[in-house]
Write a new protein. Structure first.
Length: 549
């Protein structure tokens, strides 16, 4: 199977100037080339910038007599777009990044290893560092055979590869974008920490470089872009981002990834300060004095994450018997809650940007199949609900406004973007509803307009004596021969843009007696697939298994 109401308002009276002698100039869009300036044949990127003209003149001499008029009632306040307790179930997988990466490197993502990943706070770009070859968990220091290092930037909206950075001999160990997405701080093995300017396509500054440290540095950038922090071996090194001046050198421990980590206001920085996550120190970035030291009880290796408000740290075990998440009060340095859900594994934990929820990737004996993310209210310490994904993400990275998040699966660069549904996802869902509605009512002509079998299915239908060239007749025959008939969906659980660009839909169907359809293996989730054509039209191309002879 392939992966896959209004309120009344007072009338406002206002003065409007008419007949102004000057008018605003149009906004222009200026392309700015970004080149990989260190390569002999550098890639190019176009970043859009805009100029905004001054407001029209308000000189009384150029203003005509004013008149009284009323304004229309304002529109209702639009619903929030940030990930929250009311809308998380509406979020959909709207983009996949594998296909452009595979086209660039000439290999499948499953023959690549992901070492570093970043999602720009403004939601414009993603950066990926890794290597090709069958490496488990991390690229090795010296690649062999046809393996190669890759370091690319993709447009988060379109998935287009917009730049390939010229680091081909060093493994990329950590990445962090500036708030505007125009610079990238990266670390490599052998150990170095570099600032890359995306607009110029040049290295702006090398902050640190040594061949004497056997370490994969981890970097973090304060949300206001003023401070860069890196853990290199047993040191926490801190620099002024504008000048490159080192401002602190503190004890730390380079353990796993995604640490050190700043709070959203940049006032706090959390870092591992002992091996295997046995100790976490949270620093005040104005004085670089410790605020607290957190010491989780340890059955095995611990991972940790700092809440955006800087007031909490969540620690968790990846595996073990019933792994759990512990929430710590940073100021007190004490545990204040435990989150348990019969987990069999915990893959990743993230805070929502408002620090009110935990987003947990992990499998549980209590969830349904594909209930791969659970959402937890932090104050009440209660499970709110689940999100259904085909993967159990090992990374969950939010944009700074919380309107989208990036997930990755396992060690491969199998990346997907989630947000509220975009027009494509909405169109795919509507097409599926219309198609199955037409089928269940015997309207095969309408259904045929919304379906195009894949080449493989076309050949298969011919091989079993059906005529795939006559789609209405084909659909009628399929419904007639199926033991269940053509069922009506009870729910389309999710619509997701898939690995290679088509759309997968997870559907629950109703039997004629109103019960939930379950297949012979006991599963009630059915995958169907659809394609979005260049003209914006949508057609289903893979049917539910119960319709195939």
């Amino acid at each position: 199977m392939r992966r896959t109401n209004l309120f009344l308002t007072l009338v406002l009276i206002m003065l409007i100037s008419v007949g102004c002698s000057s008018s605003p100039q149009p906004v222009s869009t200026l392309p700015v080339e970004m080149t990989g300036g260190l390569e002999s044949s550098p890639p190019k990127i176009l970043l859009e910038t805009s100029t905004i003209s001054p407001s029209p003149s308000s000189d009384p001499a150029t203003t005509s007599t004013t008149t009284l008029t009323s304004t229309p009632s304002p529109d209702p306040t639009p619903p929030p777009t940030d990930f929250n307790a009311e809308n998380f179930s509406q979020f959909a997988q709207i983009q996949s990044y594998a296909k452009p990466l595979e086209q660039l490197l000439g290999k499948t993502i499953f023959s690549m290893s992901l070492d570093a990943l970043a999602y720009s706070p403004d939601g414009r770009y993603i950066a990926i560092g890794g290597c090709t070859g069958q490496w488990t968990g991390r690229c090795v220091g010296e690649l062999k055979g046809d393996s190669e290092v890759f370091f690319v930037i993709q447009d988060a909206k379109t998935a287009e590869v917009v730049a390939r950075l010229p680091e081909k001999q060093a493994n990329i160990s950590s990445l962090a974008f500036t708030s505007d997405g125009e610079k990238l701080v990266y670390a490599t093995y052998p150990a170095q920490v570099v600032i890359w300017d995306l607009v110029s396509g040049q290295i702006e500054r090398v902050l640190f470089k040594t061949k004497d440290v056997n370490s994969y540095p981890q970097v973090a950038l304060s949300p206001d872009d003023s401070i860069i922090a890196a853990v290199v071996a047993s040191q926490l090194l801190v620099w002024d981002a504008a000048t490159g001046e080192q401002i602190a050198d503190l004890p730390a421990f380079r353990y796993l990834t995604d640490f050190p980590q700043f709070s959203a206001d940049g006032s706090r920085l959390a870092v591992f300060s002992a091996d295997k996550g046995a100790q976490i120190t949270v620093y005040d970035t104005s004085s670089w004095e410790p605020i607290s030291v957190i010491q989780p009880s340890q059955n095995q290796e611990i991972r940790a994450i700092l809440s955006p408000d800087g007031m909490g740290v969540a620690t968790y075990e990846l595996y073990g018997q019933n792994p759990k998440i512990t929430l710590w009060d940073v100021d007190a340095g004490l545990p204040i809650g435990v989150f348990e859900n019969n987990f069999t594994a915990l893959n990743a934990v993230a805070f929502s940007v408002d620090s009110k929820m935990l987003v947990v990737s992990g499998t549980s004996t209590l969830g349904r199949w594909f209930d791969n993310i659970s959402i937890w209210d932090i104050q009440d310490q209660e499970l709110i609900g689940y999100m259904q994904l085909e993967i159990s993400p090992t990374k969950i990275l939010f944009s700074s406004d919380g309107s989208s998040f990036l997930v990755n699966s396992y060690y491969f660069p199998d990346l997907y973007l989630w947000s509220l549904p975009d027009p494509a996802v909405i169109a795919v869902r509507q097409t599926a509803e219309d198609f199955f509605g037409a089928l269940s009512q015997g309207d095969y002509q309408t259904a045929a307009l919304l379906y195009q079998p894949t080449p493989e299915d076309f050949s298969y239908f011919k091989s079993v004596g059906l005529n795939p060239a006559d789609l209405p007749s084909l659909l009628k025959d399929l419904c007639a021969q199926s033991a269940t008939g053509c069922l009506l969906p009870a729910e389309i659980a999710f619509v997701a843009k898939e690995y290679l660009g088509d759309y997968g839909l997870l559907v629950h169907f109703l039997n004629p007696d109103g019960s939930l359809y379950t297949d012979q293996d006991g599963y009630n989730e059915v995958f169907v697939y659809a394609e979005l054509d260049a003209d914006g039209s949508v057609k289903l191309n893979l049917l539910p298994p119960f319709l195939y002879p």
